[in-house]
Design a protein around this ligand. Structure first.
Ligand code: PGA
Length: 254
């Protein structure tokens, strides 16, 4: 069975509540025809999660993702938010291990793994991000780095749990830089991730969506997502404008 494409907009630290509601209303209007054919989610900042959840309701064309989570259930962790709290505001998904978290906030494969487990336990589906830096790519270490991140992030998960998550391959050098991986470069890494998932989880690997992320735009989205193992996109900058994001979502429909 073909995997349904999954496109998620990562709004990062953008959009007040009012701006978030305006964007999601525009998206819902323009994505009606894509509904059911492509899975779509947006990841607003924490402050806008609840208002956006109320606006989109259940079973609409747009689902809700958070950008990060803490792995503990509760406690003295100033500034943090738990998986249960995300489930409480109707997040269906949560991004973990984004390269900005890894580079700026000390995220490790170990913390990514703990977060993935906490999310699964709370019924929120993780989107686990992996990707190499430019120096790592130039040193020929791409597959080794990505492999280590996938093994570390998914350590101890059962095949059933692996079947519930999404992977996102995001080469660090392509994020926010306007430089996109070529579709062949993306496919090579996605196929390697799929092979590794097969080793970790058997046949379930064929059901796991692997998104590509890094300067995805209306101009390159369809080509990237036409690759056999590219099952959608994680979109930063271009997800902040309804028109661009809708075009990207439509690029997922063959
Ligand atoms: P970008 O970000 O699309 O702005 O490159 C992608 C991401 O960080 O998920």
């Amino acid at each position: 069975m073909a995997r349904k494409k999954f496109v998620c907009g990562n709004w990062k630290m953008h959009k007040t509540v009012g701006e978030a509601l305006a964007l999601v209303a525009e998206l819902e209007a323009s994505l009606k025809e894509a509904a059911g054919r492509v899975q779509v989610a947006v990841a607003p900042p924490f402050t806008a999660l609840k208002p956006v959840a109320d606006a989109i309701g259940h079973g609409g064309s747009v689902e809700l993702a958070a950008q990060d989570v803490h792995f503990e259930k509760q406690g003295a962790f100033t500034g943090e938010v738990s998986a249960t709290m995300l489930a409480d505001v109707c997040c269906t998904h949560c991004i973990v291990g984004h390269s900005e978290r890894r580079q700026l906030f000390g995220e490790t494969d170990e913390s990514v793994n703990k977060k993935a487990k906490a999310l699964l336990a709370a019924g929120v589906l993780p989107i686990v991000c992996v990707g190499e830096t430019l120096a790592e790519r130039e040193a020929g270490q791409t597959l080794a780095v990505v492999g280590r991140q996938v093994r570390g992030g998914l350590a101890g998960l059962s095949p059933d749990q692996i079947g519930r998550l999404t992977l996102a391959y995001e080469p660090v050098w392509a994020i926010g830089t306007g430089k996109t991986a070529t579709s062949a470069q993306a496919q090579e890494v996605h196929a390697a991730i799929r092979a590794l998932l097969r080793e970790l989880a058997g046949g379930v690997a064929d059901e796991v969506r692997i998104q590509y992320g890094g300067s995805v735009k209306p101009e390159n989205a369809a080509e990237l997502m036409s690759q056999p193992d590219v099952d959608g996109a994680l979109v930063g900058g271009a997800s902040l404008k309804a028109d661009d994001f809708s075009k990207i979502v439509k690029g997922a429909i063959r």
